[in-house]
Design a protein around this ligand. Structure first.
Ligand code: SF4
Length: 72
C-alpha cells in the first residue's frame, strides 16, 4: 500500500468530530466549525495511515480526501 501524501477536507463538513476521535493527531474540529488538518499532521501520515483511511471511510458526508503517493 502506498503512503498517504496529502489529506484535505472538501466543503460540507458537518462538524461531527468523528475524524478527530479516530485520529486527533491529524484532524481537528474546533467547536461548531469545519474540520481542519492540523499543521503538523504530515509527520503523522505514515504512522496513522490506517486511522486516516478509516476516518475518510467513516466520515458521514465523505468530505475527507487523501492522496496516495507512488507505491514504493
Ligand atoms: S468526520 Fe467528516 S463531517 Fe465529521 S468532523 Fe470529520 S470531516 Fe467533518
Amino acid at each position: 500500500m502506498a503512503d498517504i501524501k496529502r489529506v484535505w477536507i472538501e466543503e460540507g463538513c458537518i462538524s461531527c468530530s468523528l475524524c478527530q476521535d479516530i485520529c486527533p493527531e491529524v484532524f481537528e474540529v474546533p467547536d461548531g466549525e469545519d474540520c481542519v488538518i492540523k499543521g503538523d499532521a504530515p509527520k503523522h501520515f505514515k504512522a496513522k495511515d490506517e486511522e486516516i483511511r478509516d476516518a475518510a471511510c467513516d466520515c458521514p458526508v465523505e468530505v475527507i480526501q487523501y492522496e496516495d503517493g507512488a507505491a514504493s
